[in-house]
Ligand binder design. Sequence first.
Ligand code: PHE
Length: 345
Amino acid sequence: MSAEIFSKVHGVLAALQAEKIENAVDLEAFRIKYVGSKNEIKALFGEIKNVDNDRKKEFGQLLNDVKQEAEEKYESYSVTLEKNVNSRVVSDMDLSAPCQPVSTGSRHPVSVVMNRIINIFERIGFTVAEEREIEDDWHNFTAMNTPEDHPARDMQDTFYLKDSTSELLRTHTSSVQARIMTSQKPPIRIIAPGRVYRNETISSRSHCQFHQVEGLYIDKGVSFADMKQTLLYFAREMYGPQTNIRLRPSFFPFTEPSAEMDVFWGLNNDDDYRITKGTGWLEILGCGMVDPNVLINCGIDPEEYSGFAFGMGIERQAMLQFKITDIRQLFENDTRFLKQFSGVI
Ligand code: PHE
């Protein structure tokens, strides 16, 4: 009689040892069978009355061992499965199942061009500075040596905040120059990408909002030659290693001397004639040596430091690179238009 009951217990032990636990469902089944309130081992304790007296102790010992083994196995699998919750147990997954199509969207062409520009300048040690779009008149104009009666300050050109004559939407990223120069000490080497606003009539060629990337380099002994070489490097990274540039004298209140930079685009077809107005040259940016008045306004000694600055529009470069003919498409967020740029980085 005893032998039969003993072998029953050994059978349960062998079975629980052989039990495969690969996921939460298996674990729960194991719990109910061997650990839960109505488990099989408990039922075996009831058999003790049928065991011969001289083997009762041995039987009790055996059952306790089986019980302990069940509990330990349950505990250890609970911990392992818990660990696997995030990485999921492989056997839970059907690796042959077809995947759900995921729509990843695409980068906006303005971001694509902006990121390319940022990358090019980051490689030569410029860091990105981002500042506010709602500016005050001092950072946007006064500090930048733009006098009170300058036409750019006119309501016709600048969006002022309601009922304010001093708070405005920045008209250029040059306001970031003032923000940085008043808060950091030279050497300063930053680029400032961002959105700017001007009160212009919206057409296929101009918009009341657009993007610029500003550049500013201030240190001891920075020269016009440094600027020219930096901009040549940029043009060749952006438009190809053979690209040529030219600097034409220009005027900006905040730089002296000032220039506009053109890149040679070529005159190979009708489009080139149209885009370059028959010259082959394309204007890309404005630049110059930071005017000493601007340095003084921002608390930097022009006897000790000099620097150059430049500012370029993004939309026109995006339109050139992607052959977009109407600037308004860049602001409509029509996904049929934007999808064309998926995969472009
Ligand atoms: N802020 C000028 C513009 O918006 C560009 C510029 C920036 C020119 C820095 C010179 C130096 O046209």
